[in-house]
Design a protein around this ligand. Structure first.
Ligand code: AMP
Ligand code: ZN
Length: 134
């Protein structure tokens, strides 16, 4: 628990939220600035700033909750698709330093933008990255 962390307070119920699902490890809430109808956040109750600090056990529980709630959202809202988005670091778009997974239901012709311009895999980059896993 981080006293200055708003998601710690929300996850533990100290700040009210529109809760879709809760168990002893995590809470799933509606995002207050939704990208689309049903945009929700999976928030573990124990504080980890990001993916790199997240215990494996919590990661497993978070993805299972994302699957469960994401399926319900997609079916219940008749969405055409669903994006899971998980930002780590300000450069990657993280604004709240408490790990969370975005569930973003997608609808035909919506205005959500999670696309990038595809590049080309170059030999030097490929070799550099492959070497990390030797
Ligand atoms: P990120 O940019 O990945 O760190 O995502 C943070 C998300 O939290 C944004 O989509 C915000 O709209 C959302 N958010 C921030 N504060 C609250 C809050 N008090 N309740 C619900 N959602 C929030
Ligand atoms: Zn926290």
């Amino acid at each position: 628990m981080d006293d200055n962390c708003i998601f710690c307070k929300i996850a533990r119920g100290e700040i009210p939220s529109a809760t879709l699902y809760e168990d002893e490890d995590l809470r799933v809430i509606l995002d207050l600035g939704p990208a689309s109808k049903g945009h929700a956040l999976v928030i573990p109750k124990s504080h980890a700033a990001n993916l790199f600090e997240l215990p494996d056990e919590t990661a497993q529980k978070a993805i299972v909750a994302a699957k469960k709630v994401g399926t319900r959202l997609k079916e219940g809202l008749h969405a055409d698709g669903l994006n899971l988005v998980q930002n780590n670091g300000a450069t990657a778009g993280q604004t709240v330093d408490h790990f969370h997974i975005h569930l973003i239901p997608r609808y035909e012709n919506d205005t959500v933008n999670v696309k990038w311009q595809p590049g080309v895999l170059g030999e030097a980059d490929k070799e550099e990255v492959l070497k990390l896993f030797l």
